[in-house]
Design a protein around this ligand. Sequence first.
Ligand code: GAR
Length: 195
Amino acid sequence: MLLGILGSGSGSNMQAILDAIDAGTLDARIALVLSDNPQAFILERARRRGIDTGIIDCRGFRTKFPEEAQQETAERLLAAGVDLVCLAGFLRLVKRPLLDAFPQRILNIHPALLPAFPGLEAWKQALDAGVPETGATVHFVDEGMDTGPVILQQRVPVLPGDTAESLHARIQIAEHRLYPEAIARVAAGPAHGGA
Ligand code: GAR
């Protein structure tokens, strides 16, 4: 299973995927890592491992993922032979034509128990809402924002005195266990809850 990773930030989830591959619990290889942010540490992590990297040129748009950029991204992922695309802290909304190039083959990790708290900084949303627990979700990406079919979820408690940072850190521990397991399920096929 050849993976393509799209990320905008630190890349700790990509690191967790690499760790699972190293540990032999995930039978996969990361072929290509692309980022819309040239400064993102996810690119540095990938380079250190000798993984091919690239920048997604979003034509100066701050949050939009323009159609030409989606087309270019799809072409690069296909040229690298990628089977499954994993969004790992990628902060732009994926739409056609990228979705069409990888039908039911794009996963996302989200720091909440979807459908609760879609969108950005979901851990802050949970804290502001005063809920006793939140969590992490891995799901297939569809045309909506964090709306595709759920593959796996894990609950995470909100503790007294939590700050946005402490809660996000606890959610990330759950994410790092959840994402490799969800990828393994998808790789194993529909009988195991995958595509
Ligand atoms: C993760 O917590 C991920 O769930 C979140 O960004 C963080 C990236 O961390 N994604 C979203 O909020 C997407 N809506 P990482 O770069 O260390 O993997």
